[in-house]
Ligand binder design. Structure first.
Ligand SMILES: [Zn+2]
Length: 172
């Protein structure tokens, strides 16, 4: 059977299915899911990870799926929280499913906005690097549909310290 007749999408979980649905809807109608402002930052000590997790949950509209979705948030051992920062680690988030895991990295961009990147093995060195900035369910759907030109790639892909030394994807 010619490969063109195969479904190019291998969706492995309900979040991905919902993401593709949302992306198609946005492409057809120009309308995104209205999610409103991010949850407020709790000032209590030790709750930062829970807050970052809540923001990801909110941006991806996970509550609308009406299913419990687990997210694990930990310090990322490689990336800084702030571009060129040294003291605070970024937050690594994984959303586990029976069939695989979606991995995100939370950092602050140059405008002090908390942003999420999907961590994907680098084309060149196979290390998991921030590949696409995903701040909505529609963004995730666009990524899965491979309309990546519309998204443009993560600005952190070329600078990620997670690449192997000398990886050609770094810099330039
Ligand atoms: Zn690389």
């Amino acid at each position: 059977m010619p490969s063109t007749t195969k479904n190019p999408l291998k969706l492995f979980n309900l979040v991905e299915s919902a993401a593709v649905e949302a992306a198609v809807r946005r492409a057809q109608t120009g309308q995104s899911i209205r999610i409103g402002p991010d949850p407020a930052l709790h000032r209590d000590k030790g709750t930062e990870h829970r807050w970052v997790e809540a923001v990801l949950r909110h941006r991806l509209s996970l509550r609308s799926l009406n299913r419990p979705i687990a997210i694990r948030a930990t310090d990322d051992g490689v990336h800084p929280l702030i571009e060129d920062g040294q003291h605070f680690p970024a937050v690594a988030l994984s959303v586990p499913f029976a069939e695989g895991t979606l991995d995100f990295l939370a950092t602050y961009d140059g405008r002090s906005r908390l942003v999420f990147d999907l961590l994907i093995p680098c084309d060149r060195c196979q290390q998991p690097v921030p590949t696409e900035e995903i701040n909505s369910l529609e963004d995730l759907g666009d990524f899965l549909l491979q309309t990546r030109d519309a998204l443009g790639g993560s600005p952190r892909l070329r600078t990620s310290p997670a690449h192997s030394t000398g990886c050609p994807a770094l810099g330039d």
